[in-house]
Design a protein around this ligand. Structure first.
Ligand code: OAD
Length: 242
């Protein structure tokens, strides 16, 4: 059997996988949304009202992410990708780019990326890793309109093609592994439910329980960086079982 015809693994990650790289999560004590209400910095309405405030929030996150290094969990998933090739689909809700920095390829970024900017008028989109940005809020080099970060804000649709690929992968995997997400934001959380309802095994790595925990066959109540080597080993074994 060709490698790509083997049993498939989907991994869905959230902010928790980057916690050990020093990046804050969103919910819980000290989370990003505790200091900055979502409505003030992560909605189209907030951007229309005060683009500079929104950009200052994202500029701070770009600074933090630019300084962060991938951790053991990112690296373990990148190594797994090298072994499994197209049998692994890595889906992330993170916008920090740390999976790619660890060497993962073809990451499905459900909520976009801090490292791409999009024009609010002409729609032009480009990678921009300049930190700090020379002028806030940045403007489009082509038409002069405001640029925005290419991230998904509350009330916006997820990138259609990325979501379609994620759903397709969830429908067709033997194992769905959820790492470091509170699993309260849709449609990301429902990808796990889709996989489970189609017969996939569901595993979770998270120090805390989540709404998905009761559906999981296996749970590691540990930080991802501590658990991931073992999880990857066991996942590889499960995928090789006939
Ligand atoms: P959350 O902040 O909601 O959840 C982070 C999860 O990581 C929690 O369940 C923690 O228990 C867990 N966690 C913390 N440290 C961990 C560690 N070292 N290893 C493993 N898990 C750990 O973040 P997300 O679930 O990613 O969306 O949030 C989902 C979406 O909500 C984000 O993409 C963002 C946010 O609003 C947008 O901005 C569109």
């Amino acid at each position: 059997m060709a490698v790509h015809e083997g049993r498939r693994l989907v991994v869905l990650t959230g902010a928790g996988i980057s916690a050990e790289s020093g990046l804050g999560t969103f919910r819980g004590t000290g989370g990003l949304w505790e200091n900055e209400p979502v409505q003030a910095v992560a909605t189209p309405q907030a951007f229309a009202k005060d683009p500079l405030k929104v950009w200052r929030f994202y500029e701070a996150r770009r600074h933090q992410a630019a300084r962060a290094e991938p951790n053991a969990a990112h690296r373990a998933l990148a190594e797994l990708g090298r072994c499994l090739g197209p049998r692994l689909t890595l889906i992330t809700q993170n916008v920090d780019g740390l999976h790619q920095a660890a060497g993962s390829q073809q990451v499905l970024e459900l909520h976009g990326s801090l490292w791409r900017l999009r024009c609010t008028d002409c729609g032009g989109e480009a990678e921009d890793r300049t930190v700090p940005l020379p002028v806030l809020p940045p403007r489009c080099g082509l038409c002069g309109a405001l640029l925005r970060p290419c991230v998904v804000w509350f009330g916006e649709f997820l990138p259609e093609k990325v979501l379609a690929k994620a759903v397709e992968a969830a429908r067709d995997c033997a194992l769905f592994l959820v790492v470091g997400t509170s699993a309260v934001v849709e449609p990301a959380a429902s990808l796990a439910r889709v996989a489970e309802s189609r017969g996939a095994a569901l595993w979770e790595v998270n120090p805390e329980t989540t709404p998905l925990s009761q559906l999981c066959q296996r749970s590691w109540r540990l930080p991802a960086g501590e658990a991931m080597d073992e999880v990857v080993e066991e996942a590889s074994r499960l995928l090789e079982d006939p």
